[in-house]
Design a protein around this ligand. Sequence first.
Ligand code: GMT
Length: 385
Amino acid sequence: MKIGIVCYPTFGGSGVLATELGIGLANKGHEIHFITYKRPARLTKYYQGIFLHEVNSLEYPLFEYPPYDSSLASKIVDVVQHEQLDVLHVHYAIPHATVAYLAKSILETKGIKLPVVTTLHGTDITLIGLDESMASVVEFSINKSDGVTAVSQSLKAQTESSFDIKKNINVIYNFIDPERFKRQTSKAFKTAIAPNGEKIIIHTSNFRKVKRVEDVINSFYKIRQEIPAKLLLIGDGPERRTMEKLCRRNGTCNDIRFLGKQEVVEEILSLGDLFMLPSAKESFGLSALEAMACELPVISSNIGGLPEINEDGVTGYLCPVGDVSMMVERSLRLLQDEQLLDLFRKNARTKALEFTIDNILPQYEQLYLKCIENVNKPKTLETRI
Ligand code: GMT
């Protein structure tokens, strides 16, 4: 198939997932066309079968905000027409599902049918999607997509309870490539970070408020009072400065490293003993799944889709949002018991293997085929996908 993919090209989970999906599909022989405002962060090399179409916003003195949506819609129309795409897959509803509907409508006037699949990722539903300034547009655009997917049962349920959804939402979980995300041994690197064999705790996020990075730092402060430990923070974002100040206030700077945005996260994850994800909202938690694949047990909050990947007492522990005392107690329970830690490490990898690219990719391929078939059927024969 010739598949167009629209996504945010950043290190955020939806962009990462969309990029890995595109790479996986290209490896299976599909032709992939990314339509984004810059090269996706995880697209780090040349892949045969992957094409990149950059969207340029138009600057004009009249525009305080350049109309990106219009530029993206025009680019989609152009790419679909000239590359003869079979299907368009948009990641993150805002504004991509809306723009896809606009492009589809324009193409219809030219006699071209464009099946559109929308993947809901998280805050496009649970945070900004619910804002009054967005809600009616989000609901309309989801209902206008030919196929809709959500990355967890929890996100599907939340979408259905928050909006009037007329479409079937297919749950297709996020995935990992188990060959890439597996524990690697790098003694030298580990010794550099933890020269005295300290336990290494890792957190990855885009440092937005919703991630509650302060809970990681405050938990670490207490954990470190009990055992020698180091904390590695991967990623960057609006809360970083506040978090740096918090480390200074706690007097833990020497044991915490802010690593910023990283491309080869699996190498860093492989150094860790424990992963923390205390988010206030998390529709899936791709970063936790990547950590689990590298044999890191996870201490996470018990919200959203996290319980669907992190099994309490098996692959890690689930704690109520903001319950730092419990996060500390559960972390120490694992970090102070080598045997238990070892068991949880193995369990984490085993659980992660339920979400491999080989299991998940065919689910997207089937959905694309169904949407293509449906869109090309006479109106009266269309089926609910
Ligand atoms: O919704 C977001 O916060 C943005 C999105 C992203 O681009 O980072 O993250 C969401 O999508 C990821 C991939 O499906 C999920 O793993 C994250 O759980 C989800 N984030 C939230 O729900 C907060």
